[in-house]
Design a protein around this ligand. Sequence first.
Ligand code: ATP
Length: 306
Amino acid sequence: LMQLSVPLNFIGFIYREIRQALTDIEQMFDLLHVKAEIVDRSDATALVVKEGTVIFDNVHFAYDANRPILKGVSFEVPAGKTVAIVGPSGAGKSTISRLLFRFYDVQGGSVKIDGQDVRDVTQSSLRSAIGMVPQDTVLFNDTISYNIRYGRVDASEADVQRAAELAQIGSFIERLPEGYKTMVGERGLKLSGGEKQRVAIARTILKAPPILMLDEATSALDTQTEQEIQSALDLVSQGRTTLVIAHRLSTVISADEIIVLQDGQIAERGRHVDLLDAGGLYAAMWDRQREATEAEERLRRAREED
Ligand code: ATP
């Protein structure tokens, strides 16, 4: 019986490993919204990033032919600058990030990085040039160290820890009983939204991509967490071309340009103060957001005083 139980155990082990691997791949595909029909051209070359200028030139896009989502969107993110995209839910903000990664092809116009159309370069070179900090990071069922190292698999343990510290998550990890060896993910320690986002920032710090794509969390974070995340993001976006789907006042205030998207078109654009002065859609949006934030703060303070 012993002779049989060893191989059976082993088969069980292999089975669990494969299942985990499949879960990881599924999560990865889900996270990236990967569409299998996008394939490299036979003569695709590797993207060469010299400066990292991103251009959307008169982009038209629809998921379904009869429902246009982007209707002639043009903007530039100059090398090293930050452009924030804001707008009502469903306006097409996340779609812009998917087109930059070429998870879908545009139906009109083009998306270019340093003059190279994303359709002409290999997908692997494109994706390795862009770092993504998503709204909701998928963690693998593995150690927290593994999850951070995912940004650059050959990183040393010291690099992983330095990235964690820069991402403002280092001291949190060190306080865990098993530190960097703590298992996280579905079967391990559950991290909060803000903690997961900082793991994603640490990954991105390790990857050090020339172009950064941030999708800020819509959910309210407490002021302390928001400040920690903001300073981690400021650090990682320094000197990198950054496109951010912005939900927080702090990000848009410092953006070099804000694009206000509405119904698939750019309704307004400019810097924070100019858009406030204009008293249009943007000004109305941030008045509402400020009121909501202030109400939340009052509620929190009242609770703390109790
Ligand atoms: P939010 O702020 O709510 O995240 P958003 O501005 O990022 O919104 P998008 O996610 O870009 O909006 O979606 C724009 C529109 O495209 C929405 O109406 C959405 O329903 C539609 N859409 C998004 N993804 C798909 C898809 N895979 N297939 C079909 N329609 C989609």
